[in-house]
Write a protein that binds this ligand. Structure first.
Ligand code: M6R
Length: 605
């Protein structure tokens, strides 16, 4: 969480920082701040609780000429949301911004006697104090000594008052990238803040010290040896990260799903069959495993639930889905015969990363499904299956979920071929059905009005329930997460048969129940559960396959998806559930793209 940016060069630093913070705001929006240095005047520090817009407004009156500075947008961990706890933090000659958590900060306060001089409640200020404590004119030495004392995750950008044109950076776990072009050097939490200037960048290696100067960037390890970082290129441009006429990023990203699906599926098809040669993923990976463990958080984990419901009956081996934040502290029953599939849009989620590292320690092979190229999870995995959704800016994940699903379907199909569960014809039929999901998604996008009507009813609700069985239950979990995270309506998903074991007590007159019933073999069973809640006054929105027989008295609103085969209904169903959440949030006048208390990239535990 938290977005950080640093700039030194010929341009107006204030402008670069404020523009960068706007791009990074999805990482946290509790407060924002900047610090500017120049050789002719004192350090200038502005920090404000609230979004970047508040900081921008405050900065309008500034009359400053600076070409070097740092900026931060915060997702609060230690200390409340106020001006004082906002970054940058200052200690003596040091001014810094931080993304991460210093776990031993209490201990450091005591050991170094910082108690009486701290002004904020943050762990970051303690780090600033320590850098200053060790700073006697040699920044690199101060950084080396300080990080030896720190436990936790961090990405720091540090200014030293007596070196007004340079920025020093170091990181452990928390992401940070850097780039240089024509007299300008940039550092940021991710490339979105840098792509207006260049699409070539590098990921700052952990525990290496990076110095940004106007004329270039140098990297050295902790022993002082110069290092040459690996340069990467982003394939999307600044336009891809804009709203393109949509009122919100979320709506734009929902509409980008057909293209994202095509970009993820088509390059992996050879003669109508999945082929991962270009991804460098060998068939032996699939042949030599006796179980699959999927690990992820949030939406990515719910994509994994769909993956399990698809893969287990297909491959006839155990497939588990694991919440990364739990898994990382367990002793998972995995070994060198386990294929661990890690799913992450950002590739930076700290719990998922820790779960990946644990899996590798146990000898398992890790295949990650990741959207952000060059991210930490991608770099640390044995194999990477990149999704091609392009940048996802809205906090609520939509297109990333869609392509995670498509990836799991492709992987499931290839595994089934390699392991003899599918012959070529069956695999080819499976892929044709997967490809047909793309027009099905497009058809749902073309008919949004009815979804708006449903949303206007949901917007008045306090609670909502999503029910389904089998695959439909897996889709419902994601539907309920989408609704609660952006509309603040309490929403829960239940396996439809489980309702009468307690939850049905919550159903009252007009309680919305969104029932997903797209699986033929359990259709009648789900409808019976729907009748049970309807009999108790629930307002039922039913989603079925087209052509399903829907008795008149079973629901209040009915949506059907243009898909014939049960295994593939998730793609259009997901769009209905996403739009339902989107319009509900919008009708309630909420901040759709940046819901309260959340951040896009969860890089703290
Ligand atoms: O970047 P990741 O896919 O690892 O993120 C995992 C979750 O934090 C993420 O999916 C989250 O649940 C979304 N905001 C939900 O819309």
């Amino acid at each position: 969480m938290c977005g950080i940016i640093g700039y030194t060069g010929q341009m107006d630093a204030l402008k670069v920082l404020l523009n960068g913070l706007e791009q990074l705001e999805y990482r946290g929006y509790d407060s924002a701040g900047i610090a500017l240095l120049s050789s002719s005047s004192d350090r200038l520090l502005v920090k404000k609780a609230g979004p970047v817009a508040t900081l921008k407004e405050t900065c309008q009156t500034l009359d400053v000429e600076s070409h070097c500075g740092i900026g931060h947008t915060r997702w609060a961990t230690h200390g409340g949301v106020n001006d004082v706890n906002a970054h940058p933090h200052v200690a003596g000659k040091v001014t810094l911004i931080h993304n991460g958590i210093i776990e031993n900060y209490h201990n450091l306060i005591e050991r170094f006697g910082f108690q009486d001089s701290l002004v904020s409640e943050t762990d970051t200020e303690v780090a600033a104090k320590l850098f200053d404590y060790y700073y006697h004119g040699d920044p690199v030495e101060a950084i080396r000594k300080t990080i030896r004392e720190l436990t936790g995750a961090y990405a720091f950008c540090i200014l030293f008052e007596d070196i007004p044109d340079q920025i020093f950076c170091v990181r452990n776990v928390s992401p940070m990238v850097a780039a240089h072009i024509d007299g300008s050097s940039f550092v940021a939490s991710d490339v979105t803040a840098i792509i207006p200037y260049t699409n070539r960048y590098f990921v700052i290696p952990e525990y290496q010290i990076v110095t940004l100067r106007q004329d270039g960037i140098s990297v050295e390890d902790l022993e002082g040896n110069p290092r040459e970082p690996e340069m990467l290129e982003v394939s999307w441009n600044v336009e891809a990260a804009k709203k393109n006429g949509f009122p919100h990023y979320m709506l734009k990203e929902i509409h980008e799903q057909p293209e994202a699906l095509r970009n993820t599926i088509l390059p992996r098809l050879r003669d109508g069959l999945p082929d991962f040669e270009e991804d460098g993923i060998p068939d032996d990976l699939f042949r030599n495993c006796d179980k699959v463990a999927i690990v992820a958080c949030g939406t990515a984990m719910y994509a994994g639930m769909v993956g399990k419901a698809l893969m287990e009956p297909l491959l006839k081996i155990p497939v588990s889905v694991n919440i990364a934040s739990e898994y990382r502290y367990e002793s998972p029953l995995i070994d060198e015969h386990t294929l661990v599939i890690v799913i992450s849009q950002s590739g930076e989620t700290i719990d998922t990363l820790a779960a990946l590292r644990l899996s590798r320690k146990y000898g398992a092979k890790v295949l990650s499904i990741v959207n952000v190229k060059g991210s930490t999870i991608a770099r640390e995995s044995d194999y990477v299956f990149y999704t091609h959704a392009g940048p996802e800016i809205a906090v609520a994940s939509t297109k990333a979920y869609m392509v995670q699903l498509a990836s799991l379907y492709l992987i499931g199909c290839r595994m089934a071929m390699v392991r003899g569960n599918f012959d070529r014809e069956e695999a080819s039929q499976f892929i044709s059905r997967l490809s047909a999901s793309v027009p099905a998604v497009e058809k749902v996008l073309a008919k949004k009005d009815k979804i708006k009507t449903a949303a206007s009813l949901l917007a008045k609700a306090q609670d909502a329930f999503f029910v389904g069985r089998g695959l439909d239950y897996a889709f419902s979990l994601e539907g309920s997460l989408k609704l609660k995270e952006i509309s603040y309506i309490h929403a829960e998903a239940y396996a439809a048969g489980e309702l009468k074991h307690g939850t049905i007590a919550l159903i009252e007159e007009h309680t919305p129940v969104i029932a997903v019933a797209t699986q033929d073999h359990i259709y009648g069973k789900t409808l019976s559960n729907v009748r049970e809640v309807r009999a108790r006054g629930a307002f039922v929105i039913l989603i079925t396959k087209c052509g399903a027989e829907v008795p008149e008295d079973v629901c209040d609103l009915h949506f059907s998806v243009p898909v014939t085969y049960d295994q593939f209904t998730v793609f259009p169903v997901a769009v209905i559930l996403q739009l339902l959440a989107y319009y509900t949030s919008d009708m309630k006048g909420l901040n759709v793209d940046k819901p309260r208390n959340l951040a896009k990239s969860v890089t703290v535990e």
